[in-house]
Design a protein around this ligand. Structure first.
Ligand code: RTP
Length: 155
């Protein structure tokens, strides 16, 4: 695993409408929180089609795109930003594979999902896309605060 581009980064994650409906928001927050990552932004929001088409712009040629947009606009989502060492790569480990079928037990998708089109939670796939997504979902900006516990998490 290559971590060089990824130290002290920020990750955008989003509990999708199925995760919100199924009451998994707290479970997902808990996993990132107990891992040691720092929550710096959080909101429940019901984005429109145009906003989600921007978020998923790189997938617009895919045949599953219309179904993806329909799914993502079917209810509110919970948008969050987490900060920490290697949080993008580490966060994707917590989430599991895009397809829950190949996600290990212990991961969010491995534990709570069956279908790729109902996979509970989004996570940015790279540091650059995370920054792009944070600007898209939190134009108002994110929090900045110190945590004394960091000394017990990082050597
Ligand atoms: P995400 O953005 O949600 O974290 O997912 P990802 O990067 O792991 O996967 P990506 O390829 O970017 O796909 C985005 C979301 O589209 C849905 N999808 N459906 N039916 C299909 O074949 C298919 N493939 C992807 C999933 O909800 C996926 O998370």
């Amino acid at each position: 695993v290559e971590f060089s581009n990824d130290v002290l980064s920020r990750l955008y994650i989003m509990v999708k409408p199925d995760g919100v409906q199924r009451g998994l928001v707290g479970e997902i927050i808990k996993r990132f929180e107990s891992k040691g990552f720092k929550l710096i932004a959080l909101k429940l929001t019901a984005p429109g089609k145009a906003h989600l088409e921007k978020h998923y712009a790189d997938l617009k040629e895919k045949k599953f795109f219309p179904g993806l947009i329909e799914y993502m606009t079917s209810g509110p989502v919970v948008a969050m930003v987490w900060a920490g060492k290697n949080v993008v790569k580490s966060g994707r480990v917590l989430l599991g594979e895009t397809n829950p079928l190949t996600s290990a037990p212990g991961t969010i998708r491995g534990d709570f999902a069956i279908d790729i089109g109902r996979n509970i939670c989004h996570g940015s796939d790279a540091v650059e896309s995370a920054e792009h997504e944070i600007a898209l979902w939190f134009p108002e900006g994110v929090a900045q605060y110190d945590r004394a516990v960091d000394a017990w998490i990082y050597e």
